[in-house]
Design a binder for this molecule. Structure first.
Ligand code: GTP
Ligand code: MG
Ligand code: ZN
Ligand code: ZN
Length: 412
């Protein structure tokens, strides 16, 4: 993961809390880091020192509390440790309907200030002096760290839903065949009169956009200039002034990478992860977040399965381990296998069908806490249960892309 950007966000969040309490220094910051958050504690400690230099957090201690991953079976309520790579089947009853209830947190629990500070708003008269003199030394925050991207992604999801756009985030390692498959998907969508557009991100070259533009659909190439993934805010900027009104279906080809793109919600309606038959059946186990958070899995280049000696059963087992119940579609850009089915799955979601909900998406990340502190001057963290609506990635966006049941064409 990107520990430096996380460290910068921690410094910003903690520094802001200190300022609200009139403190110009911070003694220590407490973080909760889930076992499956992908954060390396040592790298974060090092990055934190770098990020804190020259700020009110310079020299502040960083206390990292690891949160073990826990999953719960929805059938028998058994709670279990999924292990690594996560195995998300219920060990008690064998059910696949499980959900992660802890383990992906990344939050600032609170900050410790050098001396007692009056708690804002705690005084009877609400005076600046803190009224009755309730003192804050430990400030509760319970604030998600990469909240910035999550919040922006939620806003973009809402905006796109409002415009009637179904957005598909395509993830895979470099060369798995995202562009080749997209070429066919776009051509087919155009053929069916479906208003479709595609945005493709690469570190360099406009090759992919050139290939996709042959379909006749509006295409935009984004050059990330070295960045290994897309972020919601960047995507929103690229869509602004480009995404044609009336677009019903938007494909976003992420940067070829199975690590970082998995950690960034783009406000998509559907996340599709691709893997080709030449990459090794155990990729889902090696990249559990990429496969575990997908709404749909695509196995590409099936025309090469024989030559590659691809073991379909082993692959299915690895997928099921990290994402029980997810559908795997087999495709080939050579033979056209699976392209129609894939487009059908996507348009069905646009028409209101509920996408598969990956267990790893876990309810504990929904309704994440907001960014203000509560200044109670005590150490107990608490959840106020506010829902900020960050959690509707898997809810169908109502009214998006209605299709005529008999022709399969969009209703105009
Ligand atoms: N045999 C076969 N080759 C394929 C298939 N799909 C893609 N390829 C080839 O695989 C190579 C990579 O395909 P791309 O579509 O460029 O892969 P990509 O995932 O878009 O790659 P990046 O954008 O660089 O991450 C190209 O040489 C394609 O012709 C397929 O279904 N069968
Ligand atoms: Mg490509
Ligand atoms: Zn069970
Ligand atoms: Zn990266």
């Amino acid at each position: 993961m990107h520990e430096l950007s996380i460290a910068l966000a921690v410094v910003e969040g903690a520094g802001e809390a200190a300022r609200r309490h009139g403190a110009d220094a911070v003694e220590s910051v407490r973080l909760r880091v889930g076992e499956l958050s992908g954060v390396v504690a040592d790298a974060l400690r090092f990055s934190f020192e770098v990020a804190a230099a020259g700020t009110s957090l310079a020299g502040a201690g960083l206390r990292i509390e690891e949160v073990a991953a826990r999953a719960r079976c929805r059938a028998c309520a058994e709670e279990f440790a999924p292990g690594a790579p996560p195995l998300l089947w219920c060990p008690e009853c064998g059910e696949s309907g499980t959900e992660l209830v802890a383990g992906r947190e990344l939050e600032i629990v609170g900050v410790t200030l050098p001396e007692g500070r009056p708690c804002p708003g705690s005084g009877a008269a609400g005076g600046a002096t803190g009224g009755e003199g309730v003192m804050c030394r430990i400030v509760d925050l319970r604030q998600a760290v990469p909240a910035k991207n999550d919040g922006l992604a939620a806003a973009l999801r809402e905006e796109l839903a409002g415009r009637g756009v179904t957005a598909v985030n395509l993830l895979s390692s470099p060369g798995s065949g995202k562009t080749a498959l997209l070429e066919l998907l776009l051509a087919r969508a155009v053929e069916r009169g479906l208003p479709v557009a595609a945005l493709t991100a690469d570190l360099a070259t406009e090759n992919d956009a050139r290939r996709l533009a042959r379909s006749g659909a509006p295409v935009r190439q984004v050059l990330t200039g070295g960045l290994c993934h897309l972020e919601a805010d960047g995507l929103r900027g690229h869509l602004e002034g480009w995404l044609p009104d009336g677009t019903r279906l938007l494909f976003v080809e992420n940067v070829g990478n199975l690590v970082c793109p998995a950690a960034y919600d783009l406000g998509e309606t559907l996340r599709v992860v691709l893997m080709s038959v030449t990459e090794g059946e155990d990729k889902p186990a090696k990249y559990p977040m990429a496969f575990g958070l997908a709404n749909l899995v695509v196995l590409s280049k099936t025309d090469l399965a024989g030559a590659a000696g691809f073991d379909g059963d082993a692959f299915a087992e690895h997928v099921e381990r990290v994402n029980p119940g997810v559908e795997v579609l087999r495709t080939s850009a050579r033979t056209g296998e699976g392209v129609g089915e894939l487009l059908e799955r996507i348009t069905a979601v646009g028409a209101g069908r509920r996408p598969h909900r990956p267990p790893l998406a876990g309810p504990h990340l929904r309704g994440y806490r907001h960014g203000h502190d509560h200044g109670h001057g005590r150490e107990q963290a608490h959840d106020h249960g506010h829902d900020h609506g960050h959690g509707h990635r898997h809810e169908p966006a109502p009214g998006v892309l209605r299709l005529e049941p008999d022709t399969g064409l969009p209703v105009r």
